[in-house]
Design a protein around this ligand. Structure first.
Ligand code: PLP
Length: 440
């Protein structure tokens, strides 16, 4: 095997070499065109090659690209923090900039623990989370992740944080339906808190819409109200992992806003830099910052490249682009248009068991027997087959699924750039149809 760079997911596979991107399309060196129906990994939220972002980054790089955060602040970082505070709901006013979603959730974990310490409560060190979840690949973030496939190799190094079932209505563990179920999966949180003791729990983390581990698993109305109430009643911080859902992916800036929830701490990533630069953030509310500002006055975390002006300039330009072009106000109508077409595909292709999601974060789950919701054999690697067939047809899809036999089946995420037009959605559907004809 020829030496190769080590970050490719399959080291023995040949990947097409990218040439350039424009809007919702990518073109490889052989001239093949791909519709980026996944925004890469739900990241390129405003599409590729947007001149405003490139110009802002160029202007910043002409002045300075990097300064160390304990030596300088920058106009780009200050403006970004200010604009984010304006754009986010409630008193989410304090941004801690990092470089990836994993760093953002891991920093959220640390801030939650620090918050209780600064209040003089040292025993609150656990973060509860759900099975079928993904919060990142570093050890703290992986500890919180209910993703057996990604945990397996490192189990001895991980904390046992995942503790409750996800709101996976398609495969409800209680074989019930909302709201008659009384949100039993949310009530599990209450049980876990009683078992562990709220004196030991700093926070609870959840993805508002479950992404990589499940394929856009969306909770029923009423679920998050129940979760937030349980957190508040037990003095547990609610951390929203909005790395995938934030920056308008589901319509509002935060997906939590769909359910009128204001988290105590939020993790942002992916769409924040929209792929133009690596940047993410842990955003903290006033009431969580208060004991820290009156206590140690410092957050015990950070990375060399945190808040570098180059990435901040990119994220600031993305935020301005969203506002100036009123991108978020169209997400709902595009979502309805796309979801209707996916529902039609479901009627045509029996192996589509479920169409779900929120905004432009939609998911398809595949089943061998639709009535009984029987998943495909794991050995078939159906998700991989679909993603590969899609690539051949010229459409990029995001693979999802936690690999929990019998719990989370094969699924893909459909999450095109928020800037996609309805005509391009029609093209997406045609390519998807061709992909399914090839696979099924
Ligand atoms: N949190 C969520 C919800 C994610 O979807 C991801 C990545 O897929 C992460 C955290 C980790 O982000 P990153 O890959 O940027 O470290």
């Amino acid at each position: 095997m020829k030496p190769s760079y080590l970050i490719k997911p399959a080291l023995d596979e040949r990947y097409p070499e990218i040439d350039y991107g424009k809007g919702v399309f990518l073109f490889d060196k052989e001239g093949k065109k791909y519709l980026d129906a996944a925004s890469g990994a739900v990241t390129a939220n405003i599409g590729h090659g947007v001149p405003e972002i490139i110009l802002a980054m160029h202007e910043q790089s002409k002045r300075v690209s990097f300064v160390y955060r304990s030596q300088f602040t920058s106009e780009a970082a200050e403006k970004l923090a200010e604009k984010l505070a304006d754009a986010l709901p409630g008193d989410l006013n304090w941004s801690f900039f990092v470089n990836s979603g994993s760093e953002a959730t891991e920093t959220a974990l640390k801030i939650a623990i620090q918050y209780w310490q600064e209040k003089g409560i040292k025993s609150k060190t656990k973060i509860l989370s759900r099975w079928i979840s993904y919060h990142g690949i570093t050890l703290g973030a992986l500890s919180m992740s209910g993703h057996p496939g990604r945990r397996a190799r490192f189990v001895p190094l991980l904390e046992e944080f995942p503790s409750i079932s996800p709101p996976y209505c398609y495969r409800c563990p209680y074989q019930s339906t909302a709201p008659e179920c009384g949100f039993l999966c949310a009530m599990e949180l209450d049980g876990a808190i009683k078992r562990i003791g709220s004196d030991h729990i700093a926070g609870f983390i959840a993805e508002p819409v479950i992404g990589a581990a499940g394929g856009a698993i969306t909770p029923p109305e009423g679920y998050y109200e129940t979760i937030k109430k349980i957190c508040d009643e037990n003095n547990i911080l609610f951390i929203a992992d909005e790395v995938m859902t934030g920056f308008g992916r589901t319509g509002p800036m935060l997906a939590s806003e769909n359910w009128n929830i204001i988290p105590d701490i939020v993790a942002l990533g992916k769409g924040m830099g929209a792929g133009y630069a690596p940047i993410a953030a842990t955003v903290v509310s006033d009431h969580v910052m208060e004991p820290i500002l009156h206590g140690s006055k410092s957050i015990m975390s950070g990375h060399t490249l945190s808040a570098n002006p180059q990435s901040c300039a990119a994220a600031l330009a993305v935020l301005e682009y969203l506002e100036n072009n009123d991108i978020l106000s169209d997400v709902e109508s595009k979502s309805v248009y796309l979801k209707n077409k996916l529902d039609q595909l479901k009627k045509q292709f029996e192996f589509i068991g479920d169409v779900r999601g929120k905004g432009l974060l939609l998911g398809l789950e595949f089943v061998r027997m639709p009535g009984a919701k029987i998943p495909f054999e794991r050995s078939m690697k159906l998700t991989e087959l679909v993603v590969k067939a899609g690539r051949d047809q010229g459409i990029l899809l995001y693979p999802a699924g936690a690999g929990l036999d019998g719990m989370s089946g094969d699924a893909v995420i459909i999450s095109p750039p928020l800037t996609i037009t309805k005509r391009e959605i029609d093209e997406l559907i045609n390519l998807l149809k061709a992909t399914f004809i090839e696979v099924y």
